[in-house]
Design a protein around this ligand. Structure first.
Ligand SMILES: Nc1ncnc2c1ncn2[C@@H]1O[C@H](COP(=O)(O)OP(=O)(O)OP(=O)(O)O)[C@@H](O)[C@H]1O
Length: 507
């Protein structure tokens, strides 16, 4: 048998009381695509940070290409042939592709541009080296990140949830690239929550649960159900049925809204019209960067329309154009922003204080003072109901794994008993068990008459959740499509703008 490229034995890492990785054994074969699977908080990111030299293990040994390896930093990892593409891109928007690459790879512009083109052709990663990064799609930006990694000639490439930001068409291209890389001798460690993708692309899958390795399997021999069971240690619950609802009252209505943001890199919106009624979920599909951020800011009240256009957004039947975010919340609106660290939660603050940020009307502030017993009880209830894995209500938001923080924020907003709930990327980075729990809760709220607007890049999610879907492309919305009469390909065509300019929805 060929010796492994990378071999971990007995690797452990703790953060305070949390044992994030415990006695991990892992072998990555040469020329293989190896998935790391696990629930939120299972220890996947910690393990990748140890392999990439961002953190050092407390115990255990690493053997790389037959030799012991101990890494002090990512720079050293790169020198030894280990590269990593993070989930959040780290490119400078105002620079060109080649200028971005020049920041980490030595060489003149012309020479580097030539190498970018050659690598692009070799691996299906075509991108114009002279293009400004802000003008690139998410898929193209990811290609730049991968090219930048490939320029250091890695033998092992770590990809952290690489498909979570991509539209379906780009996922296929990425997979072709990954297969080519593997066939040319690169091994890939692939973190993903999407089990079907893992079955399509990976040769091996190692499952982590609670910081331990549960097993390593060939994912093609197991169906997604099996993999999920290994991951979460029990069967997945069934999908919550959406009850037939009488046509409810309008809780959100946007009528012919145009918007030109000040930021030159933002997407202008044009002719946006949509309606969400009580007992209904409207899903907005589309690749992010097509106006999702701008639309979310205008609905939440973080951005305001110019004065002469303040009669475009109605909530609970009332024109809210002049109301700020807090006033909109007072009318029964709750909001989960896409950006969980920063806008959804303050990472340096405890979960209790993060609860108070939006739940303060629930008698959590009295005469300007925080009602700490009340706030702690509310937070504990949120942790319990939404299965948030945290050391307790006083844990700092920033110490939670990404998926657990998402569960907390979504849970907090659901507990506000909103009339209108707006959730951007509800299950972004959330594992399959927790994602299904969040979706079940959203449908349960809809069945109770809440009006729900969901923005998501995940089509499967929108198909499971929504009564209607509209697609956002280049700042314009498609007409509402009745989900049960629509195929994913129809949405896919709107997502890449293959339809003629979409007709406007009658107000
Ligand atoms: N810097 C840190 N300080 C304290 N605890 C941490 C830190 N980083 C990770 N943890 C804890 O270690 C555990 C493993 O977290 P890790 O981020 O590796 O999980 P994950 O499997 O990548 O989860 P997700 O899918 O949600 O990203 C979690 O309980 C997390 O709260």
């Amino acid at each position: 048998m060929t010796p492994p490229l990378l071999s971990l034995r007995g690797i452990s890492k703790s953060y305070g009381q949390t044992r994030a990785n415990q006695a991990i054994d892992l072998d990555v074969a040469p020329q293989s695509i190896h998935a790391i699977l696990g629930e939120n908080g299972a220890g996947k990111s910690t393990l990748m940070k140890l392999i990439y030299g961002v953190e050092q293990p407390d115990e255990g040994t690493v053997v790389w290409n037959g030799e012991p390896l101990s890494l002090a930093s990512p720079a050293e990892a790169r020198r030894r042939g280990i590269g990593m593409v993070f989930q959040h891109f780290s490119l400078f928007e105002t620079l060109t592709v080649v200028e971005n690459i020049q920041l980490v790879v030595p060489g003149g512009k012309t020479e580097l541009a030539g190498r970018i083109r050659t690598l692009g052709q070799d691996f299906g990663l075509e991108v114009d080296p002279l293009a400004d990064v802000h003008a690139l799609s998410v898929g193209e930006r990811q290609r730049v990140e991968i090219i930048r990694c490939l320029m250091t000639d890695p033998k092992l490439l770590i990809l952290d949830e690489p498909t979570s930001v991509l539209p379906p068409q780009a996922v296929k291209t990425l997979f072709d690239t990954l297969r080519r890389l593997r066939d040319r001798g690169v091994s890939i460690l692939f973190i993903s929550h999407k089990l079907e993708e893992i079955r399509t692309i990976c040769d091996q899958a190692t499952i982590l649960r609670g910081g331990h390795v549960i097993g390593t399997v060939d994912p093609r021999d197991h169906d997604a159900h099996d993999l999920a069971r290994m991951m979460i240690g029990r069967d997945m619950p069934d999908v919550m049925p959406a009850l037939a609802m009488p046509e409810g009252e309008k809780r959100l209505e946007i009528i012919g809204m145009d918007y030109t943001p000040d930021d030159p890199f933002a997407t202008p919106l044009s002719g946006i019209s949509l309606t969400v009624r009580s007992g209904e979920i409207l899903g907005i599909a589309g690749i992010s960067g097509n106006g999702q951020g701008e639309l979310a800011a205008l609905i939440s009240g973080e951005a305001m329309l110019p004065k002469e256009q303040r009669d475009r957004i109605y909530m609970m039947g009332r024109d809210v154009g002049t109301l700020d975010a807090a006033a909109r919340r007072r009318s029964g609106f709750a909001f989960v922003p896409e950006d969980r660290l920063g806008r959804g939660a303050v990472p340096e603050m405890s979960l209790v204080l993060n609860t108070v940020l939006t739940a303060h009307p629930f008698d959590l502030v009295r005469r300007g003072l925080i009602n700490s017993a009340g706030a702690t009880a509310f937070t504990s209830e949120c942790i319990r109901q939404h299965d948030v894995r945290a050391s307790g209500p006083d844990a700092e938001a920033g110490s939670l794994s990404g998926g657990n923080l998402q569960k907390f924020i979504v849970g907090r907003e659901m507990m506000l008993s909103p009339k209108l709930l707006f959730v951007a990327q509800p299950t972004w980075g959330v594992d399959i068990g927790a994602a299904s729990a969040i979706r079940r809760r959203l449908i349960a709220l809809r069945n109770l008459g809440v009006a729900i607007l969901v923005i998501s890049e995940e089509l499967e999610e929108l198909f499971e959740l929504s009564d209607f879907i509209q697609v956002l492309h280049h700042g314009m919305l498609s007409p509402p499509l009745v989900t049960r009469d629509t195929r994913p390909e129809d949405i896919g065509r709107y997502m890449i703008g293959a339809h003629a300019s979409p007709e406007k929805v009658p107000a």
